[in-house]
Structures are given as C-alpha cells and as structure tokens.
Design a protein around this ligand. Sequence first.
Ligand SMILES: [Zn+2]
Length: 286
Amino acid sequence: MKKVEKKAKKEQNAAVFRQTFDRRGRLLQWFHEVNMQYPWLKVALVVLMILLPLNEAAQAQKVEEARAPTRAVALNLKAPARKRSLEGKKLVALTFDDGPLAATTPQLLDILKKKQVPATFFVVGTMAERAPEVLKREQKEGHEVGSHTTAHRSLATMSAGEIQAEKQQMNSIVERITGKGVSLVRPPYGALSDTVRGTMGQAMILWSVDPEDWRDRKAETVRTRVREMAHDGAVILLHDIHPTTVEAVPGIIDDLRADGYEFVTVSELAEAKKVKLESGKVYRSF
Ligand SMILES: [Zn+2]
C-alpha cells in the first residue's frame, strides 16, 4: 500500500516538474522568437525602465511644489497665478530700508519665511558689500530688492552727473552680488529735486505708512502704529537694521492678516492695482 502511494506521489511530482519545465521552455522559446523578430524591443524596454523612475521623481517634485504655501521656495510663486488671486484683495507692501545687516536682517528673513510674507528691501550699497550673503538670501527667498543708493546720501543735493554715477555704481554692486540689477529706488530721506526726477531713470518709491521705527525703538509702539495707519495699497516704511523693528514684525503681520490684508512686494502691489511703474515718477501708495 505504502509503496503504491509513494510511486503515485513520485509520478505526480515528475508530472509537475515536466509541466513546469515545459511551460518554462515554451516561455523561453517565445522570448527567443520575440527577440529575433524585434531586436530593438530590448533597447526600448531598457530606456523605458530608466525614464519611468525619472518621470516619477519629477511628478513627486511637482506635488511637493504644489503643496508649498502661497509663494514658492519660499516665495517665488509664478506671477500669473498670484495675480489672479490678488484681484479685489486688501494689499500692503512691507518695505525695509538701510540694510542688509548681518546682525538683524537674517532674523527678519527667518520670520518672513516662516510666515510666508514677501517684502521689499531697499538696500544700501555699502551695507550690501559688507553682507553680500544676506542680500543674496533676500533675493533667493523671493523678496524684491530695490536701491537705497550706494552710501545713503541725499540725492536732492547732487548734480545730474553725480546722480548718474551713483545709480551706475549702485546697480553694479547689486548686480555683482545677486546677478540682477534694480529697477526701483527709494531716495534716502525721501529727498527729491527736479534733477533727481529728471535723471534717476527708475521708479521712485516713497511710502504712505511711517511708524517712525528709527526714532521710537519700541516694538509694541511700532506694531500699534502700523496697524492704525495701514490701508489698502499702503507702502509701509520699516528699517531692518533695528532689532526692535524685527521684533515688531511678527505682530505686524498677525495684526494686518487679522484685518484682512495680504502681503505683496512693491512691484506686485503696483501691478495688482493696475499702476504702471514709470522711470522718474514718485509713488507713495497704490
Ligand atoms: Zn534710509
């Protein structure tokens, strides 16, 4: 009895083996035929195997980008998408003068990044040369960079030639550091003359909200003043070289957001309010 069982089992195993072998044989034969008939198929398959994971990686990156809040790395969301979403919104532009300063500006950039707020920095040439990495970071993180002149001298007392030279020098400093020139200028002290208007060749951006943060070095005071004076289209004047101002910024952002404002750069503000920025013209708000 046992012997018979064993024999049956053996035969069964052999059958399974033959069947598997046959199947594999047929499969190999099929591969061989396909290979002979379509020799390029191998190459196509290899290329496909390389391309598919690459495409997947690209898709994953796209998803990651889509997830990033409002503005891209940190803040470089492409203009058209943002423009649409800015229609009819209450907008303000935070502007920071007199930097970059290694002791205070990076902390401000951290705050802006964390809160996803774009700003405009009107930098001084001599300051930028002392803190080029900070200026680079301002640009890299999607903020707008404008000129506050090379050495913060009043333009109102300069001749046309001096203004031209000043402008060229400042442009080359910023361009050397960031790879990009500047199109906006904030004249130091807001000082203007007909010569300045005639020769500057850049849009001049003053301000409509001045909390006098350079005089009153108290974060709470600065914060309160900004909230009280803020209005749609406002250009808010601040200075990133004062620790008290940097300290005030998180509160300013929270207050204005609570009041329904959104933050944009100066150029974005002009565009959203359909104002074309023109060389030699002065703008205080939009
Ligand atoms: Zn200044």
